[in-house]
Design a protein around this ligand. Structure first.
Ligand code: SF4
Length: 177
């Protein structure tokens, strides 16, 4: 017993080194999303995440945007608790029949202008759950979708790139109209 305790105290922790993504590129990407959003909206971008039936893999990557490493709030992008405060709905998963009405009500509760981003392969067409009796379909079969971010699950970088593409596209549309 004493030997085990001593070993536990003296042995170095068995952890792997954290991955080292390009922090400069990441900061540039997030800063650009924040800047373009402020130009378009006159303020920061408010995001509401909606799990319409995912396996939670996509949620883990979306939550990572808020962790100490990505910390996207420092760039003026923030997650909000209510669709009434949101500009963007990040919707994950195939839409289950149980969540269909909740998603529709969340969409209608979000004030315009609003954008819907379908996150992950399941959100496109049901993905690996498409043939299930419990699935209503991809997100676009329930509410209008402005952008789809592919991946199973998409990485935090892919999510940021998707948000950037979305706000830039909307800025261009506003300029040309
Ligand atoms: S895309 Fe992949 S990670 Fe996301 S909900 Fe579907 S199976 Fe899960």
């Amino acid at each position: 017993m004493r030997r085990l305790l001593l070993e536990g105290l003296l042995r170095a922790p068995l952890t792997e080194a954290a991955p080292t993504p390009d922090e400069v590129a990441l900061a540039e990407l997030a800063t650009t999303v924040g800047r373009v959003a402020r130009r378009k909206l006159g303020r920061s971008l408010a995001i509401r995440e909606v799990d319409a039936g995912s396996c939670n893999g996509c949620e883990l990557e979306i939550h990572a945007l808020n962790n100490a490493f990505y910390d996207i709030e420092r760039f003026g992008l923030r997650f909000v608790a209510s669709p009434r405060h949101a500009d963007v709905l990040l919707v994950t998963g195939p839409v289950t029949k149980n969540m269909r009405e909740a998603l529709e009500r969340t969409y209608h509760a979000t004030p315009s202008p609003k954008w819907v981003v379908a996150v992950g392969d399941c959100a496109a067409d049901g993905g690996c759950f498409a043939s299930s009796y419990a699935i209503a379909g991809g997100v676009s079969q329930v509410v209008p979708v402005d952008l789809h971010v592919a991946g199973c699950p998409p990485t935090p970088e892919a999510l940021l790139k998707g948000l950037l593409a979305l706000v830039e596209r909307q800025s261009e549309a506003a300029r040309s109209s």
